[in-house]
Ligand binder design. Sequence first.
Ligand SMILES: Nc1nc2c(ncn2[C@@H]2O[C@H](COP(=O)(O)OP(=O)(O)OP(=O)(O)O)[C@@H](O)[C@H]2O)c(=O)[nH]1
Ligand SMILES: [Mg+2]
Ligand SMILES: [Zn+2]
Length: 328
Amino acid sequence: MGEAAAGAGLGRWGWDDWVAGAVRPGADPGRVVRVDRGECDVVTGPGRVRVLSSSVRAQPDLAPVTGDWVEVARRDGDLVIDRVLPRRTGLRRLGPGRRSQALAANFDVVGIVAGLDRPLPPGWLERMLVMADDSGAPALIVLTKADLCADPAEGAEYRAGVAAVAGDAPIAVASAAAGTGLDPIRRRLGPGRTLVLVGASGTGKSRLVNALAGAEAVPTGPVRPSDARGRHTTIARELILLPGDGGLVIDTPGLRSLSPWDAEAAFHRVFADLQRLSAGCRFSDCAHGAEPDCAVRSAVEAGDLDPRRFDRYLALRRELAEQRARRR
Ligand SMILES: Nc1nc2c(ncn2[C@@H]2O[C@H](COP(=O)(O)OP(=O)(O)OP(=O)(O)O)[C@@H](O)[C@H]2O)c(=O)[nH]1
Ligand SMILES: [Mg+2]
Ligand SMILES: [Zn+2]
């Protein structure tokens, strides 16, 4: 079987020259659309199949995640995943057992979703931006539920708070309920392109998927009236094909804990403002603690740098350093 034939029927699922080049000749390729304990759904040229993923579970680094390209094979009568192809992009965090945990793979955009019905903690957004930067794909911040935010001044204030930490990441304001503001999201998709949606439970990720799909593709669930928190309705990461060759979306369960994994470079890019300031410190390795002539601390004292952002920077820097020390 030639490589072109291997990818037949997978074009809409993102099959391209890169994947074609990575698949071993003669292997049966597919893309993981859903992972449940020990098993996953894989879309292959001939159709969707359920395979055991336990063959690679013994090696957690190779455990397939939604969005992965894989090679499937039949072993002792069972369909199994023979190989997980290298990931072009991947979201990962500090997971159970203090190991790297992959969340999704091979997407083109990371949609960081927040609902305008409840505050978005800036520290949460910063951590999410670090994970997105580390993934290798650009971030798009999606402020959804715009229909619930009737007061324009309130909306503008919310947006300004987000923009203060967003850096270069664009911000889209949308409403899945009203179907507004979806075009800037759609423009980043298109044939074979994948958007992964991440965010806390109840922020409206699944309803956004349905709005993009124009159908009830995934279930949604109510939020607690008192604080608009969700109830963890989505339980598995799932890759959904949008109609009309509109691309693909990965819906994910609401994230509880958010610790980026091994993401020092991404951390410094997300805190580029602090990096720039530190060029003015007397010592090139200034930790912005008790050193004399620290430009970062001076900026805080002068009111040019939000002290809360500085504190969050220090906290995440410490967390990443501790993680690195434990990995040694
Ligand atoms: N008014 C309004 N409600 C929305 C909108 N988007 C989502 N909701 C509601 O918010 C609640 C949570 O939406 P979901 O899409 O289930 O949230 P989720 O982010 O997928 O939550 P998890 O799966 O738990 O992570 C549901 O009651 C939705 O109907 C919106 O644009 N406007
Ligand atoms: Mg959901
Ligand atoms: Zn300094």
